[in-house]
Design a protein around this ligand. Structure first.
Ligand SMILES: NC(=O)c1ccc[n+]([C@@H]2O[C@H](COP(=O)([O-])OP(=O)(O)OC[C@H]3O[C@@H](n4cnc5c(N)ncnc54)[C@H](O)[C@@H]3O)[C@@H](O)[C@H]2O)c1
Length: 276
């Protein structure tokens, strides 16, 4: 159901690769709620994903940008403002990638060139985006910027590897820039910490199926889906959350506040002799 929550609002959405992507669902919901926006991703993801189809359905354009490149980000902001006819009201940063995870380098044997890439793509790109937007004064007063995070920023989860460090940095950038943007322009900056979700990036998480089963059993409300994450993002872009800023917002069915649940305990009792 649509409520016109984003009627008249303009935005930029990073990270829609295919229809499983969280950003893809956010784009669909943003359109239903009356927003206009541009879409962006890397050239290779545009080639191999389905973002052009999404753009067609959303009556918009795709502007290629590597989120680690300042010239690409400058071009993206300029072209977006040109296409949308002015400043934007919301931006979604939905980007994550670790070469250490992809190349199966474990946390106590990291390749440091890969680590730099992980941090640049998954966290520092958020700073770069905010800095470029700030210099170009590209976001309207009372705008809203969101990035997607994961609970591995606060708690150690086996196998999440250097992405845990990237998410901790990402959340810190949201707070630090949130202060500046809030003070100067009443613009809010938050991260949503999402449940494990079966997407391309999600499949990089060690044993995603087992992890999702565990978090489902542990969360009183169950795992949050990509569609539900899109609903939450729309609320965060709407005028109903104008005083929420510098927060890491858990969207995980309650998982982050749990220690042990009845469902997990039942499952655990079946395999209590595990020595791992
Ligand atoms: N899937 C999960 O379990 C989960 C859980 C919590 C948080 N998240 C976060 O949600 C966000 C979106 O991931 P997703 O699960 O929708 O997966 P996804 O694979 O669909 O999206 C990741 C996107 O990052 C883009 N990307 C990678 N490098 C880039 C670069 N240099 N410049 C611009 N874009 C680049 C990819 O092209 C892709 O579109 C990520 O930040 C991810 O860490 C995912």
């Amino acid at each position: 159901m649509a409520y016109n929550l984003l009627k008249g609002k303009k935005g930029i959405i990073f990270g829609a690769l295919d229809e499983k992507s969280i950003a893809w669902k956010v784009a669909q919901r943003a359109q239903e709620e009356g927003a206009t926006f541009t879409l962006t991703n890397t050239l290779s993801s545009i080639r191999f994903g389905g973002i052009e189809d999404l753009a067609k359905n959303c009556n918009t354009i795709v502007i290629p940008a590597d989120a680690t490149s300042i010239p690409d980000l400058e071009n993206l902001i300029d072209k977006s403002m040109e296409f949308l006819g002015g400043k934007v009201d919301f931006i979604l940063h939905s980007i994550g990638m670790s070469l250490n995870v992809r190349k199966k380098r474990v946390y106590n044997d990291l390749d440091y060139n890969y680590l730099n890439k992980t941090l640049d793509i998954s966290a520092i790109s958020f700073h770069k985006l905010l800095q470029v937007a700030h210099k170009k004064d590209a976001i309207n007063d009372w705008g809203s910027v969101l990035a997607l995070s994961y609970i591995a920023a606060q708690r150690t989860l086996f196998g999440y590897n250097d992405m845990a460090d990237a998410k901790a940095l990402l959340e810190s950038i949201a707070r630090s820039f949130g202060y500046i943007y809030g003070r100067e322009k009443k613009i809010r900056i938050n991260t949503i910490s999402q449940s494990p979700t079966p997407t391309t990036a999600g499949s990089g998480i060690k044993d995603l199926v087992g992890l999702m089963d565990f978090t489902e059993r542990m969360s009183p409300l169950g795992n949050a889906t990509a569609d539900e994450c899109a609903d939450y993002s729309i609320m965060m872009f709407s005028d109903f959350t104008r005083k929420v800023t510098m927060q890491n917002l858990f969207h995980d069915g309650g998982f982050s506040s749990m220690g042990m649940s009845q469902k997990a305990m039942h499952q655990y009792e079946k395999g209590i002799d595990c020595k791992c």
